[in-house]
Design a protein around this ligand. Structure first.
Ligand code: AGP
Length: 603
């Protein structure tokens, strides 16, 4: 959730921290802070709100020469977003930054308060720095004190600590929240994600859970969960930042909507062949003995999972259940070993999804992850992984991640069907032809975008939105509603069209907006009747369909297509643009909507 950056070396430290934090700001932007120790001078700055406030506050500060530095951008879990709760947290002579949640912090805090410690913040994090200094005061050397501190912490954390007692070292520990170490020219970096060190570090090591240690100069001492010194191998860091910039679009979300048509080409590359689907990441016998599939995910990824359940059952004739990861974790699920456990996650760091995966593994299930971030925790934890290849997604409201996940799951359902021998070559070839047309269905025509922009002014009020669809268009309706509420702050629900008459239709009046997904290739007459029922109750209807619908108040015409998934993708783009344009008209921050974070690494 939060973003962490650390640096040991000679370069200007403030710039390195702020640059890195800018890359991580999408993870949380309630407040930010930095702390630097140069020889024995301690300096820190904190500011509420966006990183620009911190930059302004620290503008006259420079930090040349050898030193250590840590920085943080926060998404509040414990305590309000104010300066006192912003990281780094300060003891008498040490600073700490942390991502995650210290579950036993109340007990630790009470114990420290009983010992005379005064707390400045309401955060769980502050216990770390006070525990550490208590250990130091008992006569331990800094590393021993750090080890003793982390051994007392329960929960998920990635943490960095610096102290005046050892002003040339950064102490680090990782358990459950992501962190990596980057290596440059006689310097060491730390970060929650590699985007923060691209262009700076040449190689990286992704820390495993339970690992801890310290960096001194350009040397790193690493210890495993059992306290044994560990050798580690770094991997080269590639990539450039250009792809993560806005390329002339107003918002990252807008850029990412436009990119969908090209990134799905990458998703298919080397996998969609002339007559079959191939995944070289999966061994030939991976699906042997698998009788059913269970998918766990959160948010948008959960919606792509729901879409996949229609595809797996319809195409591959394999049973597929889908569960929200945070529910799955505590329901004491019954799992059987012939079930393949699939997790879907853009970031690969979502705490609930990761924990669901660990549970499934403990129960002996084979696991597969569908993910956008290589080397992320979920990818590393899974038996096999299929990368969605969407490129960096920066908008908090997920768009291209959903498109690539859904496309990949469609490919996977065909692959499983192929393996199970439940489809003939003619069917496969026609599906492959449709897959290859999907980049076209995802193209944003300026005529369409203009129309949605004009229409959007009529949808800025009202008492709520219902996105309705049937079959695989029901998860799309859920996703359309999620997009709208995330960035417009208007109430929106996704509903199965046929279910409206079982309750929600009571809300129908002219101030209720219905966004009707009316594909021509699937159950058109059924959904048409459902929309007519709403129209009869004077609901304002925006119909999205290739077929003119005379009862609609507003109408967006999509292309007539021969394949249901092509209609799906085209309508998906319409709902994304609608949410975007409504949000822009309402003057909201499209890329960093209130209260949200891109990567939800806490429970
Ligand atoms: C999407 O717009 C959301 N911001 C959110 O629902 C997201 O999809 C969810 O938190 C899961 O994230 P993941 O895909 O990285 O696991």
């Amino acid at each position: 959730m939060c973003g962490i950056v650390g640096y040991v070396g000679d370069k200007e430290k403030k710039e390195i921290l702020i640059d890195g934090l800018r890359e991580l700001e999408y993870r949380g932007y309630d407040s930010a802070g930095i702390a630097v120790i140069n020889s024995d001078t301690l300096t820190h700055f904190k500011a509420v709100g966006k990183l620009s406030n911190l930059e302004e506050k620290s503008s006259s500060f420079t930090s040349d020469g050898f030193g250590v530095a840590i920085g943080h951008t926060r998404w509040a879990t414990h305590g309000k977003p104010n300066e006192l709760n912003a990281h780094p947290h300060l003891g008498k002579k040490s600073y700490v930054v942390h991502n995650g949640i210290i579950e036993n912090y109340t007990a630790l805090k009470d114990e420290l308060i009983d010992g005379g410690v005064e707390f400045l913040s309401q955060t769980d994090t502050e216990v770390i720095v006070h525990l550490f200094e208590r250990e130091l005061n008992s006569g331990k050397l800094a590393f021993e004190a750090f080890k003793a501190t982390i051994s007392k912490l329960h929960g998920a954390y990635a943490t960095l600590l610096i102290t005046k007692d050892e002003p040339d070292r950064i102490f680090f520990a990782k358990n459950g929240s992501p962190m990596l170490i980057g290596f440059g020219d006689n310097e060491v970096y730390f970060a929650s994600s590699d985007t923060a060190v691209i262009g700076k570090a040449d190689s990286v090591y992704y820390l495993e859970d339970g690992e801890y240690g310290f960096a001194k100069g350009d040397e790193v001492e690493l210890y495993d969960i059992d306290g044994n010194r560990k050798d580690f191998t770094t991997i080269p860091l590639s990539g450039d930042k250009l792809s993560a910039q806005k390329d002339g679009f107003r918002f990252f979300m807008e850029k990412e909507i436009y990119e969908q048509s090209s990134v799905v080409v990458d998703t298919m590359m080397g996998r969609v062949l002339d007559k079959r689907i191939e995944f070289e990441e999966i061994s030939e016998d991976f699906f042997d003995g698998i009788e059913s599939i269970k998918i766990c995910a959160c948010g948008t990824s959960y919606h792509s999972a729901l879409s996949a359940s229609y595809l797996f059952e319809r195409i591959a004739k394999i049973r597929c259940d889908v569960e929200i990861a945070s529910e799955f974790r505590y329901k004491e699920p019954l799992l059987s070993s012939n079930t393949l456990f699939i997790t879907i996650s853009q970031s690969g760091e979502t705490a609930d999804t990761l924990e669901a995966l660990k549970m499934a593994k403990r129960a002996g299930l084979k696991s597969l992850s569908i993910c956008n971030v290589d080397n992320s925790s979920i990818v590393r934890e899974s038996d096999a992984a299929l990368l969605t290849r969407a490129g960096v997604e920066k908008g908090v409201a997920s768009t291209k991640a959903f498109a690539t996940q859904t496309l990949l799951l469609w490919m996977l359902s065909l692959y499983v069907a192929q393996k199970r021998g439940v489809v003939d070559s003619e069917f496969l070839e026609s599906e492959i032809e449709a897959l290859r047309k999907s980049p076209n269905s995802l193209k944003v025509e300026s005529r369409l975008h203009d129309k949605i922009h004009r229409l959007s002014k009529r949808y800025l009020h009202g008492h709520g939105f219902f996105f309705i669809g049937r079959d695989i268009f029901f998860p799309l309706a859920l996703e359309g509603a999620l997009k709208l509420k995330e960035i417009s702050y208007l109430h929106a629900e996704g509903y199965p069209a046929g279910e409206m008459k079982h309750g929600p239709i009571a809300l129908a009046d002219s101030e209720l907006f219905t966004i009707a997904l009316m594909p021509k290739t699937l159950l058109y007459d059924k959904i048409k009747s459902n929309v007519e029922e709403l129209s009869a109750r004077d609901t304002t209807i925006l119909a999205i369909s290739p077929e003119e619908f005379e009862l609609a108040d507003d109408f967006i015409k999509t292309e007539s297509s021969s394949h249901v998934m092509l209609e799906f993708f085209e309508m998906m783009v319409v709902t994304q643009l609608l949410a975007l344009e409504i949000s822009v008209r309402l003057g909201n921050d499209v890329d960093m909507p209130r209260n949200l974070a891109k990567s939800v690494t806490v429970e």
